[in-house]
Design a protein around this ligand. Structure first.
Ligand code: AMP
Ligand code: MG
Length: 352
């Protein structure tokens, strides 16, 4: 299949861009697939109400079919048409955070095929905060099922070039809208349990949800690195976000972390391995490894979130075999950062 790549600037959706988006919408309405930017990561979109489109999404990503997709809408009133009933909490959260990086789980009705929900009676829904995405959803009939636009298991794409790398020849179109704003996937909150529960941490933090809802719980399996229990979001059980090489997270005081990583680097180099290190602005010069990347200042968790997947992809681009990363505080978005980093490392953590 030929994959067309079109460039659209989010801040300048002119007539030509409008025409491209109409064309992209037609592709989706006809059962095809289009990768597009959102504010979190790039999504791989198909018609959420068409079971064949969802099957194609799983095939293009190589994603296990029990891992449900998120349905993207461009206006709140469309939620009512695909769920049994809209919980009060959903209205409050949408008012506070939509369009934005929050996905809500509700009981689905029979408009939503089981192919889209991985066989579940619930459906995950969100309204992305990106003009290209919103216009595309509108042009596509209102409901786009879109997981992250990467091959299953790899780091989510924050730039179109990583969609191009993973999906060329497998989908009809890729919309290049530049680098995404947030860089980590949406927070997922389950509204079907008595107390709403966070199933995946993200940019919208537990405290922000608590401010709106009063009460919030969190699926412990997603933050406890030693937990062997099955997470409630099916997708969280898979190895995920992973670079091709082996990643180890190193925890401890800065001096010890630097010393340990430099010792391990020496050993790996003697074994003929290429080594990469994820550090921060204040530590990057302390490492001896061939490739050292900073994800920004340790206190600036938004920048760390923004850079993390990009850095993991860059290590792949440079054929790095062994990687070490510093560990980060779990306050605020830090919880989402550590959740993704732990999964990328296959929970491989050294504590000094
Ligand atoms: P991705 O689209 O790659 O960001 O992954 C979507 C995530 O949403 C996966 O981890 C899914 O398991 C989760 N998810 C989607 N729908 C549901 C649902 N109905 N119940 C629980 N988790 C869901
Ligand atoms: Mg994903």
């Amino acid at each position: 299949m030929l994959t067309e790549v079109v460039k659209i600037e989010e801040k300048n959706i002119d007539e030509k861009a409008g025409e491209e988006l109409r064309k992209a919408g037609e592709i989706i309405k006809e059962g095809g697939l289009v990768a597009f930017p959102t504010e979190t990561v790039y999504g791989l979109g198909g018609d959420a109400l068409n079971p064949d489109s969802s099957k194609k999404i799983y095939a293009a990503k190589g994603r296990p079919s029990d891992n449900p997709l998120i349905v993207h809408v461009y206006r709140f009133e469309d939620v009512e048409k695909i769920v049994e009933d809209v919980p009060e909490a959903a209205r409050k959260l949408a008012k506070a955070f939509w369009p934005g990086p929050l996905t809500m789980i509700m009981n689905k009705n029979d408009k939503v095929p089981y192919e889209t929900t991985g066989g579940l009676d619930t459906v995950a829904i969100r309204m992305p905060n990106n003009e290209i995405a919103l216009k595309l959803i509108e042009q596509s009939g209102g409901y786009i099922a879109a997981p992250s636009a990467n091959t299953s298991g790899r780091p989510s794409p924050t730039l179109a070039r990583y969609c191009i790398e993973d999906l060329t020849g497998k989908i009809e179109m890729i919309i290049d809208g530049g680098q995404v704003g947030i860089g980590l996937e949406s927070t997922i909150v389950d509204l079907t349990s008595e107390v709403p529960m966070i199933l995946r941490p993200g940019y919208i933090t537990a405290d922000m949800l608590k401010d709106v809802l009063g009460e919030i719980s969190i699926d412990r399996t997603i933050i406890d690195s030693s937990s062997t229990q099955r997470p409630k979001a099916p997708g969280m059980k898979y190895r995920h976000y992973a670079p091709k090489g082996q990643l180890t997270i190193v925890q401890g005081s800065q001096d010890k972390v630097v010393e340990y990583i430099n010792t391990m680097t020496k050993k790996a180099v003697l074994d003929g391995k290429r080594v990469g290190v994820i550090g921060t602005d204040s530590t990057r010069n302390l490492y001896d490894a061939e490739v050292v990347k900073s994800v920004g200042s340790r206190d600036d968790e938004k920048t760390i979130a923004h850079e993390l997947f990009k850095v993991l992809r860059e290590f792949d681009d440079e054929n790095i075999d062994v990687m070490f990363s510093e560990s980060f505080d779990e306050n605020g978005i830090g919880q989402a950062i550590m959740n993704r980093l732990l999964k990328a490392a296959g929970h491989n953590v050294v504590t000094l």
